[in-house]
Design a protein around this ligand. Sequence first.
Ligand SMILES: NC(=O)c1ccc[n+]([C@@H]2O[C@H](COP(=O)([O-])OP(=O)(O)OC[C@H]3O[C@@H](n4cnc5c(N)ncnc54)[C@H](OP(=O)(O)O)[C@@H]3O)[C@@H](O)[C@H]2O)c1
Length: 253
Amino acid sequence: MTTVLVAGGTGTAGSAAVAALAAGGHDVRILSRHAPAAGGVDHRSGDLLSGAGLADALGGVDVLVSAVNGQTKATRPVFTDGARNLLAAAESAGVRRAVLLSIVGVDGLDFSYYAALTEQERIYAASPLETTIVRATQFHTLLRSVFAATARVGVLPAVRGARFQPIDPAEVGRALADAALAEVHRDRVEIGGPVVTSMRELAQTWKRVTGSRALVVGLPVPGGAGRFLREGRNLTPENTYGTVTFDRWLAEN
Ligand SMILES: NC(=O)c1ccc[n+]([C@@H]2O[C@H](COP(=O)([O-])OP(=O)(O)OC[C@H]3O[C@@H](n4cnc5c(N)ncnc54)[C@H](OP(=O)(O)O)[C@@H]3O)[C@@H](O)[C@H]2O)c1
């Protein structure tokens, strides 16, 4: 039996990885600052930034999976200083492999969030541990949040020329578990949802499933971000993974 520690295992992708590993009968632990709402899991409190709790959480661990997140300027160093602290503690604890969740096309966009994630990839790739970076496309949860937020002011954005290949976070969790347990190591894995769809169509799907009356509005996005999306650099059509489309996922969630 493999012992796996999922850093960020209470989050959207991390909790899905925990579920996939537990379903496979593996010994799985969660590392995060706050305990999960539901009990019955082996949770270790720790903070990647201060380093508190990392050595305890990593004792006896074979594989580390990281799906932590830092959305704000203040929390973003979790991707850089936090990654260094976590990997140093993993190395000291004799962990064999590290799996990192990242984003498809992350090094192609000049956003500070993406820059921090790109740096995180570099830190993992340079680590003495055997490392797999799993890049995933946008989650269904992300598009749902965008549409739900903007619908409150009566509109649904459809960035002109933008397409997405959204993926079920449960399938991302399965891919992280697969990478953690793989017999043959791979440095990089890319996964995207089963279908590439325009943002306009995704907005219309959200409208249909939720019964919203918000207006779908075409939105020009100039500059690098617009070009990135129009060029489809957020997509990986040759690496579709799983079967759950956005409309099916919305209907089921
Ligand atoms: N959302 C998407 O569409 C998408 C697509 C592809 C890739 N990704 C990437 O996937 C990763 C995970 O995203 P997510 O949306 O699943 O994250 P999330 O739901 O925001 O969860 C983040 C997790 O990290 C933990 N965490 C944050 N700071 C920490 C710290 N200092 N020490 C220990 N644990 C910490 C959180 O728990 P506590 O707060 O309790 O510590 C939580 O468990 C991110 O790198 C994201 O960019 C996201």
